[in-house]
Each structure stands twice: as structure tokens, then as C-alpha cells.
Design a protein around this ligand. Structure first.
Ligand SMILES: O=C(O)C(=O)C[C@]1(C(=O)O)C=C[C@@H](O)C=C1
Length: 163
């Protein structure tokens, strides 16, 4: 069997980050908090750029990749809010604490910055796209995401391969 790809943790952590979108969507559902929170996005981007720099990775690349992660998160949140608008009986009945969810997102962000740094050579290689596609298929097989999360996972990874 082939050696496990260093891109696999990147795909797994991206899927874990997307799973938090369900919690964020539930936290914001029925409140005045909009899905788009530019101040929080800036905080996330500044933080991952600083963490990347600290471990000798490219901070601008971290910003680029996490912009995609955030866009993907919003795809899931918007999709769920639309779904719950049409099917109110399926809307969540308990509201997670957004600050607690953000602490979880922060932890995943740190792990993802590290996984991206480890996979720098693989991300620069011509084999990145097929390797990443395989990693996504493996995550898909292991986690059985719904179509919304599948689409969003692809969106979250668009800048991971450097060429
Ligand atoms: O923390 C939030 O409020 C989120 O919705 C999560 C998140 C993210 O992916 O980090 C996504 C959209 C917001 O604009 C800010 C941040």
C-alpha cells in the first residue's frame, strides 16, 4: 500500500472544521447574529498568519487557505439556514454557545496550520491534486457527509495545492 499522504490530515481537519459550521449555524439561528462576521474573520486570518510565521511557514499562504476555509464554512451555514427556513421542524432546538464553538474552531485552526506546514513539499508537487482528491475520497468514505458538506469540503481546499 502507498505511504499515507501528508495531505490526509489537511482533508480530515478541513472536514472537522466544516462540521463546526453546523454548530455555528445553530448558535446563530433565530438570533440577530449574521452568518458573516468580518471582525471575527479578520481575527482568524491574523491569528493563523501569525501561527504560520512562528513555525516558519508562509503567512500569506495561510491567509489564502483560511479564506477558503471560512467561505466553505459560510456555504454550510447558509445552506442549513435555508433548509431550516423551509423545514422549520428540522431546525435545531438547542443553541450552542458561539464562544465555545469558536474555541473549538481555534483549536482546529492551529492543528490545520501545522498540518499545512508539514505538507508544504506535497502541496508544491505536481502530484498534489490527485493526492488531495484521494484524501478527500477517503474522508468521504469514512464520514459519509451530506451533499452540502461535500461541496463545501471541495471549496475549503481550493488553494491547498500550490499549482
Ligand atoms: O465564528 C463565526 O461566527 C463563524 O461563522 C465562523 C467563521 C469561520 O469560518 O471561522 C465563518 C464566518 C464568519 O464570518 C466568521 C468566522
Amino acid at each position: 500500500a502507498a505511504a499515507p499522504s501528508s495531505l490526509r490530515p489537511v482533508a480530515i481537519l478541513s472536514a472537522e472544521r466544516l462540521a463546526t459550521a453546523d454548530l455555528v449555524a445553530a448558535a446563530k439561528w433565530g438570533t440577530d447574529s449574521p452568518i458573516d462576521d468580518p471582525a471575527r474573520e479578520q481575527q482568524v486570518l491574523d491569528s493563523v498568519a501569525a501561527q504560520a510565521e512562528q513555525i516558519g511557514a508562509d503567512p500569506d499562504e495561510a491567509r489564502r487557505i483560511f479564506r477558503d476555509q471560512i467561505e466553505a464554512n459560510k456555504i454550510v451555514q447558509r445552506g442549513l439556514h435555508r433548509w431550516w427556513t423551509v423545514h422549520p421542524e428540522q431546525a435545531p432546538t438547542t443553541k450552542p454557545d458561539l464562544n465555545v464553538v469558536r474555541q473549538k474552531i481555534n483549536r482546529i485552526n492551529t492543528e490545520l496550520v501545522q498540518a499545512l506546514a508539514v505538507s508544504t513539499p506535497q502541496r508544491a508537487a505536481p502530484s498534489c491534486r490527485p493526492e488531495l482528491a484521494l484524501a478527500v475520497l477517503q474522508v468521504h468514505r469514512d464520514t459519509h457527509p451530506d451533499p452540502l458538506h461535500t461541496v463545501a469540503l471541495a471549496r475549503s481546499l481550493t488553494s491547498v495545492c500550490e499549482s
